[in-house]
Design a protein around this ligand. Structure first.
Ligand code: CUK
Ligand code: CUA
Length: 690
């Protein structure tokens, strides 16, 4: 009866109140049907497209806007008319926004921002929902609640070296943490804090079947949070490379099965996992092999120059399979309950090797078949290419000296395959399907395309040679090509992730957005024109990966009513229609709520000051996009309940008064009426005065 009345009310009210006097059919949700919607929006059109035909012809519009034929071509290549989907999805770090960006290619439209390390109200992440709070708390340091991150390198899960579209990992450079995102619902499921270090950089990178997620350290400290003065840097400070074991079945990192390698106190930098030929090995570059300790008095040397004295730093070459065997055999020590493979054990057992790399190295990228490792140099003009075969030969021949810590140091000439002169400040390299490498040039503000050698060259072109460069605006860091760090790059699209945008966008004050520029690397012959500029105004992204969109198989709604996204199963305790209740047991009150267009059940919660409240709420909708919010005034509670989802909030009703709660998503014509009242009766007359 109630339901019938509501439908009736909507049918009467909606056309009058919301859609004026237009003819309008309405379904029970209070929304116009899809066919009606597009017809409504395109009154004058005679085609099916919203907005109808464009006035004037293309040439006239282009000339009026001052667009060149190349501009028009770029527009046509990137424009998606309404309803047309993108072919690729880019997962970009959101930098110190602590989030992940989901961007469609080639349109460059921002599809979503995934709340990761930072509370985010639209997704109701970190505003009372128990699941999200638990995820965020999982990333706390021992004595500190952490609510931001500097996200650098996302890593999509892989199967046989190709993205499989299941999981996404992202590292937090500021606090040495790792987040796991499940791509069934694009939500963060786990954050783990490194127990032995508070900083990293060389993560996250996965092994070809995602058994391990690699986290390389950066600024060395005494491990485990110990104290030692900088005068004891050489002896007491250490770097780490941490290997997190991923349990794909559970969709979680398993810290019990994870371990860290103790390495010398150089500053480990980017890592990459070997693949195919080099599978089972991991490579990380490093800086500050000078062991600089900074300038704090007149005699010191600042890090900027102190850590740039040497012509060569050391690539770390890790036999991960061997390391894992040693860990399984119990050859570890423990620090803060975490397994550590001691440096001396790694040396004795042939787990760790070094080879020199020039000049302030950065970037460390394994070629698609796994036989080369490409390293940039921030103060160099070459990309340096190492051969995995040569590395193995040097190891087998015992062709090495040792560094100050006794780690075998393979000679540069013995491991290096080629040096490719590209320009100033080569950083990161990606690949295509035609045997080219693409390297970002920070100081040149350019992208270089160059030929790989070996089995990649079937076209007779000279190997290891610069082919062309495209200027980008400006100061490019990483770049990403479609599936460009997998065993089978697609050879399409390149996104230059530029640090500075300077004059590219309208002035929005002294803090400028970064600039993602899309380059067409597939259809322009030798040239790689920039065809789109996309401002990124939420933090400084570093790395990104670009996956074929059809590999992603996300839910459209949660599969069943009462779904708990944390367990990815139905919560047996989830409120369902007809089971709503408010039950008091002493001063513990359990509230079971449902939400559906356009009401909550129940709509009044009567509490006494000091009650401990546990509130379960289910969005019992099955329609796509029928999300409801749940926001309680001045309680810092805001949930986003996607169709089918169940959430739990716990709080103490300390504050007497009357608190409306309401749905924060404009879900229907009567969304404003989707409200409830929480009444908290004061414990005494005095308590009722605020
Ligand atoms: S780093 Cu940022 S530009 Cu963190 Cu991969 Cu090179
Ligand atoms: Cu539900 Cu608005």
């Amino acid at each position: 009866m109630k339901r019938t009345l509501q439908v009736l009310m909507i049918a009467v009210l909606v056309p009058m109140a919301v859609f004026g006097c237009r003819r309008q059919d309405v379904d029970t949700s209070g929304q116009p049907r899809a066919e009606e919607r597009s017809a409504e929006q395109g009154d004058d059109s005679d085609d099916a497209r919203p907005g109808g035909a464009v006035a004037g012809n293309v040439d006239e519009i282009a000339s009026a806007r001052g667009l060149s034929p190349d501009d028009v071509k770029a527009a046509v290549m990137t424009y998606n008319p309404s309803g047309k989907m993108d072919e690729y999805i880019q997962f970009a770090s959101g930098g110190h926004g602590g989030q992940m960006l989901v961007i469609g290619l080639p349109s460059m439209r921002l599809l979503k921002l995934i709340a990761t390390f930072t509370p985010e109200p639209w997704q109701g992440f970190g505003y009372g929902g128990e699941a999200g709070m638990a995820v965020l708390d999982g990333g706390n340091a021992a004595n500190q609640e952490l609510r931001w991150a500097d996200t650098h390198h996302p890593a999509l899960s892989e199967t046989a070296g190709d993205y499989d579209g299941q999981f996404l990992f992202i590292g937090d450079k500021a606090n040495a943490r790792l987040a796991v995102i499940d791509l069934r619902d694009f939500e963060t499921k786990q954050i783990v804090k490194n127990p032995i270090s508070d900083g990293d950089h060389g993560g996250m990178f996965v092994t070809p079947n995602t058994e391990w997620v690699v986290e390389g350290g950066q600024y060395s400290t005494p491990l485990g949070g110990a104290y030692a003065p900088m005068s004891e840097y050489k002896d007491k400070y250490r770097g780490h490379i941490t290997f997190w074991k991923f349990d794909r079945e559970k969709g979680r990192i398993d810290p019990e099965q994870s371990f860290a390698m103790e390495v010398p106190p150089y500053w480990q930098d980017l890592c990459d996992a070997g693949k195919l030929e080099s599978e089972g090995w991991v490579f990380c570059n490093s800086i500050n092999t000078e062991l600089a300790t900074g300038k704090a008095d007149a005699d010191g040397v600042n890090f900027e120059s102190g850590a740039s004295q040497n012509d060569m730093d050391y690539m770390h070459i890790v036999n991960l399979n061997k390391a894992a065997e040693l860990v399984a055999a119990g050859k570890t020590t423990e620090l803060n309950g975490f397994k550590i493979l001691p440096l001396q054990t790694s040396i004795d057992e042939g787990v760790l090797y070094f080879t020199p790399e020039p000049k302030s190295p950065h970037g460390n990228d394994v070629t698609p078949k796994g036989e080369y490792i490409v390293v940039g140099g921030k103060l160099d003009q070459n990309a340096t290419v190492y051969s995995f075969k040569k590395i193995q030969a040097a190891i087998a021949a015992g062709n090495f000296e040792t560094d100050d810590y006794g780690v075998p140091l393979l000679p540069f000439d013995a491991t290096m395959e080629a040096q490719v002169e590209l320009g100033l400040g080569p950083l990161h390299t990606q690949f295509d399907d035609k045997g080219y490498g693409y390297t970002s040039l920070f100081l040149d503000s350019a992208v270089a395309r160059w030929t790989l050698g070996g089995s990649y060259r079937t076209d007779g072109a000279e190997p290891w040679k610069l082919v062309t460069k495209t200027p980008v605006q400006y100061n490019i860091g990483h770049l990403a090509t479609a599936e460009g760090d997998t065993v089978s790059p697609d050879g399409k699209w390149l996104v230059a992730m530029n640090k500075w945008s300077v004059d590219r966008f309208n002035n929005v004050g002294p803090l400028l957005p970064q600039n993602f520029q899309l380059l067409d690397i597939a259809s322009g012959g030798v040239q790689m024109p920039v065809i789109y500029d996309s401002p990124i105004g939420v933090g400084e992204p570093h790395y990104a990966q670009i996956i074929k969109a059809d590999k992603l198989k996300a839910f459209e709604t949660y599969p069943e009513i009462g779904w708990d996204p944390q367990t990815m199963a139905v919560d047996p305790d989830a409120p369902k229609a007809g089971t709503e209740s408010v039950v008091r047991d002493g001063n513990n009150v359990t509230v079971r709520l449902t939400a559906v267009r356009s009401h909550f059940t129940p709509e009044r919660i009567e509490l006494k000051q000091g009650d401990n409240v546990t509130l379960h709420i289910t969005n019992i909708e099955t329609a796509r996009d029928a999300t409801h919010g749940f926001a309680v005034s001045v309680h810092n509670i805001n949930l986003s309940l996607e169709p089918g989802e169940t959430e739990t909030v716990k709080f103490t009703a300390n504050q007497p008064g009357v608190f409306p709660w309401y749905c924060t998503e404009f879900c229907s014509a009567l969304h404003l009426e989707m409200v409830g009242y929480m009444l908290v009766e004061p414990s005494s007359a005095a308590a009722s005065v605020r």
